[in-house]
Design a protein around this ligand. Structure first.
Ligand SMILES: Nc1ncnc2c1ncn2[C@@H]1O[C@H](COP(=O)(O)OP(=O)(O)OP(=O)(O)O)[C@@H](O)[C@H]1O
Ligand SMILES: [Mg+2]
Length: 280
């Protein structure tokens, strides 16, 4: 029996790159020889599930084997009664616990808004990664900020969700989650906004208990990678799906930065598992 790590990618904001980051984490762990289970809690939109389907299709069309997680798509029911909701929450927690016992890593991708099972998912997290767009507007779910002095007035809606999840874990004597807020889709020009964001995130992180991290820069390649079901990690090498450019290498470095902060060994692999291989 394993004692896997649950990594939840979540934020109450849409389009911050949650599913893209989740897929990159999945492939990173697969290539490091870990057994990975992925859960798409945004079953209705199904971005992560589509990403994985695109990966299967690419692998079949090009005759190459690509590492795949054991994937589960969860769709929540509409208009559930309180009783049904509680049953669904219990079933979901039980499923995650079981996946954790069977895998090294469980990665849960969540929708960009609160809803059924959103909070339950957060309670299961050993590690929570919250990508935010690089804008003060995106901070409002984390904190209410005084616009003149740019000081933190009060925790925001999502920070409260995380706080409740932590309380629940504490009440059940479970180890506390680590929370990372990742500045994602950052433009590659230094701006005043950049300095202000770091200052605010550092102050807020100290107050509500997260570590701010630099994330993946804004790059056009992610959309193309999604359509092919590939990640930056699948490019390059002898049988790579495409050549690696300097920009791709820089992007990989950004991903390594996130994984290093999670405590993973990011030294280059000599013998990556599930590398792109021609089949047959
Ligand atoms: N670092 C990035 N640079 C440029 N485009 C990106 C980046 N990350 C994600 N994208 C693109 O932005 C769009 C939204 O990304 P993604 O689906 O990962 O976000 P999300 O937070 O999961 O969204 P949702 O809240 O709708 O689930 C996609 O088209 C994706 O390819
Ligand atoms: Mg998504």
């Amino acid at each position: 029996m394993k004692n896997g790590k649950v990594i939840v990618v979540g934020n109450e904001k849409g389009g911050t790159g949650k599913s893209t980051l989740a897929m990159h984490l999945i492939v990173w762990f697969l290539r490091h020889g870990k057994s990975v289970s992925s859960v798409d809690l945004d079953g209705r939109q199904g971005t992560l599930s589509h990403y994985i389907q695109n990966r299967v299709a690419y692998s079949e069309t090009h005759g190459i084997s690509l590492g795949l997680p054991e994937h589960l798509s969860v769709s929540v029911r509409d208009y559930a009664t309180t009783e049904e909701r509680e049953t669904d929450e219990k079933t979901f927690s039980g499923t995650i616990e079981q996946l954790r016992r069977e895998n090294d890593i469980v990665i849960i991708d969540t929708p960009g808004s609160d809803g059924a099972l959103f909070r339950t998912a957060h309670e299961t997290a050993d590690i929570l990664i919250s990508p935010i767009n690089d804008s003060l507007l995106d901070l409002d779910v984390l904190a209410k900020v005084e616009p003149e002095s740019l000081t933190v007035k009060a925790p925001g809606r999502y920070a409260q969700t995380v706080w409740r999840a932590r309380q629940k874990r504490a009440a059940e004597h479970r180890p506390q989650m680590q929370w990372f807020v990742v500045r994602n889709r950052v433009m590659h020009v230094a701006t005043r906004n950049e300095k202000v964001m770091w200052k605010l995130l550092t102050a807020l992180g100290g107050r509500i208990g997260f570590t701010p991290l630099a994330g993946l820069g804004e790059r056009i390649i992610y959309r193309e990678l999604f359509l092919k079901g590939l990640t930056l990690l699948d490019l390059g090498g002898k049988n790579g799906a495409a050549k690696l450019s300097a920009a791709h290498l820089a992007a990989r470095q950004e991903l390594r930065g996130i994984l290093a902060a999670l405590g993973e060994d990011v030294s280059p692999l000599t013998n990556p598992q599930n590398d792109l291989k021609k089949q047959g």
